[in-house]
Design a protein around this ligand. Structure first.
Ligand code: ADP
Ligand code: MG
Length: 322
């Protein structure tokens, strides 16, 4: 007999994550009851992954469990919020024990890494769709928003950019002519399918960065959101953009194009004043790269070897216009 919704929840989700002391009541009732520490607010964000839109049908369920949580934790990181609780809305075409088991393993491994508890959700039947709502804790005055960038401040990013985009293009059948090794391809695909949310750096930037965003739609599009909300512009040097050794194997223009416009990197982009840069933890400083400065003139000025190459930022992926 097919497993019921309730036994699926019990078997794969009820005890899949750690128990936090701030969870008054978790899975099993109509709502979860959660305690928010004094002087904190709850940062809430939800992301949905739809089969065929956000991921290929051949992606392993363990990878999907990881990625669906990683993208939500990335949003919390971009606000400087400490991950605490998640809810999971799962729409499944069928009951498949192996799939559920592997998905739950991927999700719970990453949840454990950040001491996150799954406190509720919804399980329905239909085309494979995964929504995770993440809840984080932050003191309101130190939360990072897209709004505070000021003229003269430095623009930084974490990690390397464009690798996930290269992974996507490879999976779409492109890039085969560039002599990439198996390990380069594996690296790109792992960046695409197993992104690491920048939780530690997000926490370290609390009360220090003047603005922040996570790069889910490409650097130009996401930095564009900071500029719009902060009512400033930016000058970016393409020579400063951090690139992985693997992406450097591609022609330079293509590598830069991925770094500027491809989505799914889940790195952070943020702004720091001179003073913020002085007080930033040296270990964090060694893990971030300056790519440009905030300017008064709106838009993004892109410089390549000091020469202007492009001024109009490309929009990120839009589900309703693409
Ligand atoms: P209701 O009918 O009140 O919406 P459900 O029958 O959908 O409740 O769910 C029963 C309990 O199981 C609830 O506490 C709900 O939060 C939890 N739950 C349902 N689906 C999931 C899931 N995929 N992951 C975690 N918890 C879930
Ligand atoms: Mg329900």
């Amino acid at each position: 007999m097919a497993q019921s919704e309730f036994s699926i929840i019990k078997q794969y989700f009820e005890n899949s994550t750690i128990k936090r002391s701030d969870v008054e009541l978790g899975i099993g009732d109509d709502c979860a009851l959660l305690k928010c520490p004094e002087h904190h607010v709850i940062a809430v964000s939800i992301d949905t992954l739809v089969e065929g839109v956000h991921f290929f049908s051949d992606v392993s369920p363990e990878t999907l469990g990881h990625k669906s949580l990683a993208v939500s934790l990335s949003d919390l990181s971009a606000m400087g919020a400490k991950p605490a609780w998640i809810t999971l809305a799962l729409t499944l075409p069928e009951h498949n024990a192996d799939w559920l088991n592997a998905f739950s393993v991927g999700l719970s491994k990453l949840a454990k890494q950040y001491q996150v508890q799954l406190v509720g959700g919804d399980t329905t039947r239909g085309p494979l769709t995964i929504s995770i709502q993440a809840h984080g804790l932050v003191e309101p005055r130190s939360a990072l928003t897209r709004k505070g960038a000021q003229v003269g401040e430095h623009i930084f990013v974490t990690g390397t950019l464009g690798d996930a985009g290269a992974g996507l293009q490879y999976k779409l059948g492109h890039l085969h002519e560039f002599g990439l090794s198996n390990s380069d391809v594996e690296f790109f695909i792992s960046k695409l399918e197993m992104p690491s949310p920048q939780v530690e750096i997000g926490q370290a930037l609390r009360g220090i960065a003047s603005s922040a965003i996570d790069i889910s739609d490409g650097l130009l599009a996401d930095l564009g959101h900071i500029l719009e909300q902060s009512k400033v512009g930016a000058k970016i040097s393409t020579d400063l953009i951090p690139l992985s050794e693997s992406i450097k194997i591609l022609p330079k223009e293509l590598a830069i194009e991925f770094a500027l416009t491809a989505g799914d990197d889940y790195e952070l982009c943020f702004t720091l004043s001179d003073e913020a840069l002085r007080i930033l933890d040296p270990d964090i400083r060694s893990r971030i790269t300056k790519i440009g400065v905030i300017t008064e003139q709106s838009g993004i000025e892109l410089l390549n070897n000091g020469k202007e190459i492009m001024v109009t930022p490309k929009a990120g992926y839009d589900h309703f216009t693409n």
